[in-house]
Design a protein around this ligand. Structure first.
Ligand code: 2BA
Length: 108
């Protein structure tokens, strides 16, 4: 069994979770915040069998798009920048995906 963690853009999160549930994946959505831009994103938790990971990743890839975040000189980044040194266009996403092995899963 695997646990997929997928960090996706808030604007894609509803569409991608619907596409996953339509294909019988079970999904939990967490409201999260990126440590660099300090803006909201969504982390999907998807527990699934090993042989379905590829299918889940394809659905995520098909429904998540890269976006450009236009940073302004007034933004303070996670690294502490506030002098505009990193202002400009920053590419974000489509999705950042981690696949973890699960030793046990129980429901009570
Ligand atoms: P943020 O941390 O807000 O990062 C947003 C975007 O800013 C990143 O897009 C990347 O283009 C840039 N960025 C992030 N950290 C940077 C740094 N230290 N220096 C320069 N530029 C930096 P993505 O890579 O697509 O990441 C989108 C979001 O996915 C991230 O939001 C974070 O919430 C998550 N993420 C990405 N990689 C991760 C990782 N290795 N571990 C944990 N979370 C990750």
């Amino acid at each position: 069994m695997k646990l997929i963690l997928a960090i996706v853009n808030n604007e894609d999160s509803a569409v991608v979770s619907s596409a996953l549930t339509k294909e019988h994946f079970t999904v939990t959505r967490l409201s999260t915040t990126g440590g660099f831009l300090m803006v909201g994103n969504t982390t999907l938790l998807i527990g699934t069998e090993d042989d379905k990971v590829k299918q889940a990743k394809k659905i995520i890839a098909d429904h998540c798009s890269e976006r450009t975040h236009h940073a302004t000189s007034t933004e303070s980044f996670g690294r502490g920048y506030s002098d505009g040194a990193l202002s400009g266009d920053i590419k974000v996403g489509g999705a950042t995906v981690f696949v973890l092995s699960v030793d046990e899963t129980d429901k009570y």
